[in-house]
Write a protein that binds this ligand. Structure first.
Ligand code: PLP
Length: 448
């Protein structure tokens, strides 16, 4: 496949040098911004370390002190096509010069319709699909929750512990990732029951999970009252956990039996990240609703609910969003999808397999890595205190992430003790090697 970073340009050559640290990060300018941020910005955000980013290209970002970092976080699994991909930038610039906003709530415009045609052509469910536009993952989830309730007339939902679906009230009612995200905000939406998510590394099996689901349907949530089961194909914030093979098919069968809708949250796992357009396509299951956001528009705010066409039976005025499906975001999404289809999904499979293989081989030397798992460029390395007890090495995970930053690698955690590899899908082996080298050095330094 074609080289993804053009090292012949000045910018490309600069990017190829990352990491390139001029001062120990956070440097003096970064510290000053962080001070100003603390004075004016909500303290509810969780910054793992002090990276103050000024510009980005591909898998490289530069901070305000001129330090170049290798970025395998992609702005939390968002910058699918890399930072500022020229084709995405051009699509944004062209659209911005023609029409910035009109509101799909009251008006029609081509970019919304063209994107809907593209997305529905990719629909992983049965039959045909329709699109609802919002601005974020949480909004896509809210739309799906409302539509599921509206269409079925049923009030309840089933979700999974460890799942993350956003922080608005409806979405937060499904989210069960970290207690701090719920603390102080209750009561949340009633009628949500959470089940254990089957984690094969921690003895999760399809059998146990199904028996818990049946038990809940028998004792707490009468199936004829359940509108939807809401689930991530791979738990993202929960720790990059992949359920056992066959589990989705078993859950889908229960849904079918009871007329429960299967609502798949692809906000993190979708848009090519796992090597297929949607992670649910690694199974044979046909979802009824799919939530998309994050990678869909390479960083422009866009959330999409894709739903089976016959489910979208709500009336004009039932649900809408002023900004949802903004023309610029739609053009960025169209450019993104074109890039995904013309090589980036393939690259996710190829380089993802390479990174995973290298992380797996680190397990020979480093006892602290308990498990490596993932699909495409959605890879988790779970850190444990020892492999027998599988006790979660939370502090070590957090310390490693900070140390990687100090050495020029932007990487994030997920779940209590997992390190997530979610680089832009343009990453090549050479860049991956530079990131892996830092990671391995830090692991050796901190965990032996
Ligand atoms: N669903 C999943 C699987 C996510 O990972 C996230 C965000 O991390 C969301 C929903 C919420 O998306 P947003 O932060 O855009 O509201």
């Amino acid at each position: 496949m074609a080289q993804l970073t053009d090292t012949t340009t000045k910018k490309g050559a600069e990017a190829a040098k990352a990491p390139d640290l001029r001062v120990a990060p956070p440097g003096p300018k970064a510290k000053d911004w962080i001070r100003r941020d603390a004075a004016t910005i909500s303290p509810s955000y969780t910054r793992s370390y002090g990276s103050v980013i000024e510009r980005g290209e591909g898998c490289t970002v530069w901070d305000v002190d001129g330090n170049a970092f290798v970025d395998v976080s992609a702005g939390i699994a968002v910058c699918a096509t890399g930072h500022c991909h020229p084709k995405v930038v051009k699509a944004i610039q062209d659209q911005a010069a023609r029409l910035i906003h009109m509101s799909g709530t009251d008006f029609y415009y081509p970019s919304q319709i063209e994107l809907a045609e593209k997305l529905t052509s990719l629909w992983p469910g049965a039959g045909s699909a329709k699109v609802f536009y919002g601005n974020s993952g949480a909004e896509a989830i809210e739309a799906g929750m409302k539509l599921a309730r509206y269409h079925t007339g049923r009030p309840r939902y089933i979700a999974f512990r460890g799942g993350f679906h956003g922080r608005t009230f409806g979405a937060l009612s499904l989210t069960a990732s970290k207690a701090i995200q719920r603390k102080g905000f209750g009561p949340l939406l009633s009628g949500v029951t959470h089940l254990a998510f089957p984690d094969p590394y921690r003895d999760g099996t399809t059998e146990k999970s199904l028996s818990e689901l049946e038990h809940v349907l028998d004792t707490i949530a009468p199936p004829e009252e359940v509108a939807a089961i809401v689930v991530e194909p791979i738990q993202g914030e929960g720790g990059y956990v992949i359920p056992p093979d066959g589990w989705f098919e078993a859950i889908a069968e229960v849904c079918k039996r009871h007329g429960i809708l299967l609502f798949v949250d692809e906000v993190q796992s979708g848009m090519g990240r796992t090597g297929k357009m949607f992670a649910i396509e690694h199974t044979s299951v046909k979802p009824d609703l799919v939530a998309l956001a994050k990678g869909i528009a390479s960083g422009m705010p866009l959330g999409v609910l894709l739903a089976r066409g016959d489910l979208m039976d709500w009336e004009p005025g039932a649900h809408a969003s002023t900004f949802g499906g903004n023309p610029i975001a739609c053009r960025a999404a169209l450019a993104t999808i074109e890039l995904l289809e013309s090589g980036l999904m393939e690259n996710a499979r190829e380089v993802g397999g390479y990174i995973r293989g290298r992380l797996e081989s680190l397990m020979d030397e480093h006892e602290a890595i308990g498990d490596v798992r993932g699909r495409g460029l959605m890879i988790g390395a779970e850190l444990v205190e020892d492999r027998q007890t599988k006790k979660r090495a939370k502090k070590l995970r957090n310390d490693i992430i900070v140390r990687c930053f100090e050495k020029g690698l932007l990487i994030l955690g997920c779940g209590p003790n997992t390190i997530r590899w979610a680089p832009p899908l343009v990453i090549d082996r050479e860049t991956a090697d530079r990131a892996l080298e830092i990671f391995e050095n830090v692991l050796t330094e901190m965990a032996g």
